[in-house]
Design a protein around this ligand. Structure first.
Ligand code: HEM
Ligand code: HEM
Ligand SMILES: [Fe+2]
Length: 476
């Protein structure tokens, strides 16, 4: 029988963030498919939307759907850690709507204005030019204020309550660098090498340090809820993972400093420390498998997505990242589709799967369901993952063709660059990425409709609990 629990106000806001996040995930896929089609037919939509703008939309929206889902996850999970609602919820709600307006305005700017002259006005109104965080300066200021309010929601609550759990401590300490690094979206440097040097701090220390710690903490909270894992176990593992992530990831940044004008010593430092980066990710797999064997799960989709997060993080970031991280190999793989293959599998494994797990947990808890049943979530799970690992495999083949034919055999000349893109390996790889992209999109459609169906059913049950109670939610 469905029991609809009353929610904390931060949890109602979390559901709004999840809705926004799932919608943005869809937008991201549309632009990914457009960009993938352009690889096959360069003239496709060339006039209104050049490749570069389609790609900016794809990857900026990627950052947005993950960040909004992270915010939703903490708004959903933290009240039970604090045993109370979060503070400053009125401001947090205003921030949500500000974000919606800003995202819409920036998307309109990218789609219809696109470029500007190399002036300050362009930086402020059109594009700051930093990959993944291209939003114009005015929008970046709105984002910074919004994140500052978010930090206040959490830190302010922590100050208000006397006792803070270990996981919450990790989350709070981690929010400081996570927020601080975003400041690197702002400076406009004229020396390309210096500019790249600092820009990598933002990208690398987000995805290979602060976001890893954040998702580790989120997964720890999910494991306790879904499998009743003991707090001692998850906290101990979390501390080990955090220590290892920082020990390997900080100097691991050197793997981006090989060929962009930074001093030569980065070749050794970057190679050594980034080769160790898979270790914490392996720890997460062991942790997840260990817990899975011990306990009963109360939310099947959340369980499967959490397990895949652990394995996918290890495979996409750890194994795929390791393949291209030694300078001797990176010399050939740098900037090819091999990198894109790693980028897709890593973002998906480490973060995409993790936030989908939390969203399933949230719709279950919001509806008061004992379990999420049915076939739809399994189809979504299957199609999304066959699609993603298919795309990753296709790009790997295309990227290896580039590494061998363009770099190793062709000596990195422009002619070799063009010739490599005409090899059957590359051409077929790019086609297969498109086909698997369609499967991925189909998986997304099922995922979104499944989540909507589950939430709708709980709303119906809330309206008429006695007559319309649904047994075993999401039985579709
Ligand atoms: C239908 C699904 C998707 C398609 C067709 C697709 C396609 C593409 C294309 C064509 C590019 C441009 C590559 C280039 O510049 O050569 C790209 C870049 C990228 N995509 Fe996707 N994508 C999809 C889904 C995703 C998902 C789900 C994620 C993450 C969870 C993701 C993460 C990225 C990243 C990080 C880049 C930048 C990679 C780089 O520049 O090295 N994509 N994608
Ligand atoms: C969740 C964690 C990770 C994510 C989301 C991620 C994502 C990415 C993305 C998107 C890029 C392309 C950046 C660009 O040029 O736009 C990249 C590059 C790279 N990543 Fe990762 N990565 C992760 C972890 C790792 C790990 C653990 C390693 C090493 C073991 C690694 C090694 C590399 C290297 C060497 C490059 C540069 C490739 C080149 O020179 O073209 N990454 N990563
Ligand atoms: Fe990195």
């Amino acid at each position: 029988m469905t029991r609809v629990p009353s929610l904390y106000s931060s949890q109602s806001l979390a559901l709004r963030y999840f809705t926004l996040s799932v919608a943005l995930f869809g937008v991201m896929i549309v632009f990914g498919l457009i960009a993938a089609t352009k690889y096959i037919h360069p003239g496709f939509l060339a006039q209104p939307l050049p490749f570069s703008m389609a790609k900016i939309m794809h990857i900026d929206v990627l950052v947005l759907w993950l960040l909004t889902a992270f915010m939703g996850s903490l708004f959903w999970l933290l009240p039970s850690e604090f045993k109370r609602d979060l503070v400053g919820m009125r401001a947090a709600n205003v921030v949500f709507w500000l974000f919606c307006i800003t995202i819409a305005a920036v998307a309109a700017t990218f789609l219809f204005v696109q470029y500007g002259p190399g002036t300050d006005k362009t930086l402020w109104l059109v594009n700051q030019g930093r990959k993944y965080v291209e939003e114009p300066r005015w929008a970046a200021i709105v984002v910074a204020i919004g994140i500052a309010v978010f930090v206040y929601n959490i830190v302010g609550t922590a100050i208000a309550v006397k006792r803070i759990t270990g996981v919450t401590w990790v989350i709070i300490l981690n929010l400081i660098p996570l927020f601080g690094l975003y400041m690197l979206a702002f400076p406009a440097m004229t020396n390309m090498a210096v500019d790249q040097y600092w820009w990598w701090w933002l990208v690398h220390f987000w995805v290979e340090a602060t976001w890893e710690v954040l998702i580790g903490s989120i997964v720890a909270l999910v494991l306790m809820r879904v499998m009743n894992t003991s707090r001692n176990v998850v906290e101990t593992w979390l501390y080990i993972e955090v220590a290892l992530v920082l020990a390997t990831g900080v100097l691991g940044i050197g793997h981006h400093y090989f060929w962009m004008g930074a001093p030569k010593y980065w070749l050794g430092i970057g190679g050594f420390f980034s080769a160790l980066e898979p270790l914490p990710l392996l720890g997460m797999v062991i942790h997840a498998v260990y817990d899975a064997g011990e306990h009963k799960m109360t939310n099947q989709p959340a369980f499967y997505w959490t397990m895949l997060e652990a394995f996918g993080n290890f495979i996409g970031a750890g194994v795929w990242g390791f393949m291209i991280t030694l300078p001797q190999i990176n010399l050939f793989a740098h900037g090819t589709q091999w990198t894109a293959s790693h980028g897709h599998l890593a973002f998906w494994g480490a973060y995409g799967c993790g936030v989908i797990a939390v969203i399933y947990l949230a719709v279950q808890e919001a509806g008061g369901y004992a379990q999420i049943g049915g076939r739809a979530w399994k189809w979504a799970f299957g199609l999304l993952n066959v699609g993603m690992y298919g795309m990753g495999g296709s790009l790997l083949i295309a990227g290896m063709a580039q590494a061998f034919y363009e770099r190793a055999i062709g000596g990195s000349t422009f002619n070799a660059f063009v010739a490599a893109q005409q090899t059957p390996w590359f051409v077929e790889g790019i086609w297969m990425r498109w086909v698997f992209g369609l499967l991925f999109a189909a998986g997304y459609a099922i995922l979104a409709s499944n989540l909507i169906a589950i939430s709708r059913r709980s709303r119906v049950a809330a309206a008429a609990p006695a007559t319309l109670a649904v047994e075993g939610a999401g039985t579709r």
